[in-house]
Design a protein around this ligand. Structure first.
Ligand code: NAD
Ligand code: MG
Length: 402
């Protein structure tokens, strides 16, 4: 039996992972499940999967879960605090660690899994955005196995595997096509973009995901973060990766070789496919995903992204080209701006303005250790909050004038 820890078990990726695992219960057992504060869901998951450990970051919520589990499943150890995320990511019993916490909060536990030499199923793209070189170094040094769960990167990985079994790009690769749906506002009148609501932004046409990544898909910052992720995963340059809008989300990304061959991975837009691939690699297991009905598909379309509509793509490209702390700052400013948008504090198009402003006010320096990345992250968050506050003050001032 293979022991699995799921970091971020109560989220969209966590839930899909448990669904795949429940279909393959003869192969895997659950070592630990973690959540930020959603103990209702974690309690249900504990009853169904009976892990050795349940970690709840919030201490009060952890106490409540403990009290509820005591009478039904007293053997489950309930832990709290962020340090225990790292602990369950490094346990001997955990062969595989699914890194599915959202945002910068996932960095430390992903790194802990790398240091412990685990098979890491990486959904948390922020790990690579924030600490690409350091994380890849830890993976290599400790002989961890890194398998991308993000559907595009999983697709690229599959295309490269079919070619030479290696993860990195070789001279025989001409281009990576990183596909994107274009989100819910691909065709919306540009003038209306400023008045879209959080619920509209979260209503993704093809994928069902957490709210943060759904907003990132609507601004296409998600694709910017994924570009950075692809560069680190496959040792690629920004220019090796062509972001390609493919509204149907049937092709999940492609790799072109120097002989003109283009390999693509196709499938339903359902995260259980890349999750199952990463769990079973180099084999295959059942995922519960339906067959692709080729005859019901009308067409597969491809477009270049419109940079006026999606300014976040260029911001991410530039941050990656600059390197150092810039991708960390991009990610942190974006997290704060997305949260402010979700809380109805700023308009949709202000997300990219906040990020652009924070980047413009940041002085480049290198990232040689995690502390530097963490400090750059918190400085960028403070700056982003200040910019958002001044936007709100200006807005209130304008209203008073009117
Ligand atoms: P989600 O919001 O649905 O779930 C997030 C999980 O992280 C929850 O279990 C939550 O309890 C936990 N969490 C949140 N804040 C935390 C904190 N401060 N400390 C510890 N735990 C915390 O998110 P999701 O959509 O499942 O995305 C998870 C990650 O996977 C993200 O990095 C996202 O970019 C990536 N990803 C998601 C999808 C998708 O289809 N949902 C696809 C590709 C990549
Ligand atoms: Mg993706």
């Amino acid at each position: 039996m293979i022991g699995v820890t799921i970091l971020g078990a109560t989220g969209s990726i966590g839930t899909s992972t448990l669904d795949v695992l429940s279909r393959n219960a003869d192969k895997f057992n659950i070592v630990a499940l973690t959540a930020n504060s959603n103990i209702e869901k974690l309690f249900e998951q504990c009853k169904q999967f009976q892990p050795m450990y349940a970690v709840v970051v919030n201490a009060e919520a952890a106490d409540k879960l403990k009290a509820r589990l005591e009478s039904v499943l007293p053997d489950i150890q309930v832990l709290s605090g962020v340090e225990n995320l790292d602990y369950v990511a490094s346990l001997n019993e955990a062969d595989y660690v699914v890194a599915a916490i959202v945002g910068a909060a996932g960095l430390s536990s992903s790194l802990a899994a790398a240091k412990a030499g685990k098979r890491i199923l990486l959904a948390n793209k922020e790990t690579l955005v924030m600490s690409g070189q350091l994380f890849m170094d830890e993976v290599n040094k400790n002989k961890a196995t890194l398998l991308p769960v993000d559907s595009e990167h999983n697709a690229i990985y599959q295309c490269l595997q079919s070619f030479n079994g290696s993860q990195g790009l070789s001279d025989e690769v001409r281009k990576i096509y990183l596909t994107a749906s274009g989100g819910p506002f691909r065709k919306l009148d540009l003038k209306l973009l400023d008045s879209v609501t959080p619920d509209q932004a979260c209503a993704h046409p093809n994928w069902s995901m957490g709210r943060k990544i759904s907003v990132d898909s609507a601004t296409m910052m998600n694709k910017g973060l994924e570009l950075i992720e692809a560069c680190w995963l496959f040792s690629a340059d920004v220019d090796d990766v062509q972001i390609t809008i493919h509204p149907q989300s049937i092709i999940h990304s492609m790799v072109e070789f120097i002989d003109g061959s283009v390999m693509a991975q196709l499938g339903q837009p359902d995260m259980r496919t890349p999750i199952a691939y990463a769990l079973a690699w180099p084999e295959r297991i059942e995922s519960g995903v339906q067959s692709l009905d080729l005859f019901s598909m009308s067409s597969l379309e491809f477009e270049k992204p419109d940079h006026a509509r999606f300014p976040c793509i260029k911001l991410a490209e530039n941050a990656m080209r600059q390197g150092g702390i810039m991708p960390v700052v991009l990610n942190a400013a974006n997290e704060v701006a997305v949260q402010a948008f979700l809380d109805n504090e700023i308009a949709f198009m202000a997300i990219s303005s906040v990020v652009e402003n924070v980047l413009a006010q940041t002085t480049y320096h290198e990232v040689n250790d995690i502390k530097t990345a963490v400090n750059a992250d918190s400085d960028a968050r403070m700056l982003a909050s200040d910019i958002i506050k001044s936007m709100a003050t200006r807005l209130a001032g304008n209203k008073n004038h009117a």
